[in-house]
Design a protein around this ligand. Structure first.
Ligand SMILES: [Zn+2]
Length: 234
């Protein structure tokens, strides 16, 4: 589903063509899906990204954070969702298309995106009220609302284009009792998200948290950025 090796632009630059599938986390309010960092509401069907830093360029631009973000692997998405507690969240799959910037193995940013499905029991095991809220929002967006185990066992994920490795990761995470990321990492993640929302570049974010490393690049994705800052802070 995601191009690898030499096809990956090292700078997160634009590549054309093929739609990509990714894991996405939203805030859940009044039967709407909202982006966690910006609070922008997603629409049913096609969503067109604009530059939220207010810059005049095509989206997604190589040196900007704009475009619809999604992750290749479900576990970082579940961790992101868990770190947003106590606010209600929904985890689902999106299809990104139009101009797409690939971010290594982590994920992508797309100029156009639509919601494919919502999981009723992600990230936490089914809690009735939240499950109901997710079912309502899925109906609102005209997409299926599905339980993770079922999505795995009936082959729904494969059918949607989710890779076997991602499915195996998800199975292992569920089998391990859905472990949550530790509190320090959650705090750091919140700080980084807030700084990103202020329009700071990755390097500015790292510098403001007293971290200097050449490993942090313009196109380092949010999860890798948090991981690298956590590692180099020690
Ligand atoms: Zn931009």
């Amino acid at each position: 589903m995601i191009a690898t090796g030499s096809l990956e632009p090292v700078d997160g630059g634009q590549v054309g063509g093929e739609p990509v599938i990714g894991w996405r986390v939203w805030g859940l309010t009044n039967d709407r899906l909202l982006s966690i960092a910006q609070g922008a509401s997603w629409e049913p069907g096609e969503n067109q990204a604009r530059c939220l830093a207010g810059r005049e360029h095509d989206v997604p631009a190589p040196s900007c954070h704009c475009g619809f973000w999604a992750l290749n692997n479900p576990v970082p998405a579940m961790h992101l969702a868990l770190s947003n507690r106590p606010w209600p969240v929904a985890v689902g799959l999106i299809r990104g298309y139009g101009a797409i910037a690939l971010h290594g193995r982590e994920g992508f940013r797309a100029g156009l995106a639509s919601v494919i499905c919502i999981f009723s029991d992600a990230p936490e095991p089914l809690v009735t009220e939240l499950g109901d809220a997710r079912r309502r929002v899925a109906e609102e967006y005209g997409v299926p609302c599905i339980v993770l185990d079922a999505a795995i066992s009936i082959g729904f994920l494969h059918e949607m284009g989710v890779g076997s490795q991602a499915v195996e990761q998800l199975k292992a995470w569920i089998a391990a009792g859905r472990p949550v990321p530790n509190a320090d990492l959650i705090r750091l993640k919140r700080q980084v998200d807030w700084l990103r929302a202020q329009g700071l570049t990755n390097m500015e974010i790292a510098r403001s948290l007293n971290v200097r490393t050449v490993e942090i690049k313009v196109d380092t994705g949010p999860d890798d950025l948090v991981r690298l800052i956590a590692e180099h802070r020690r």
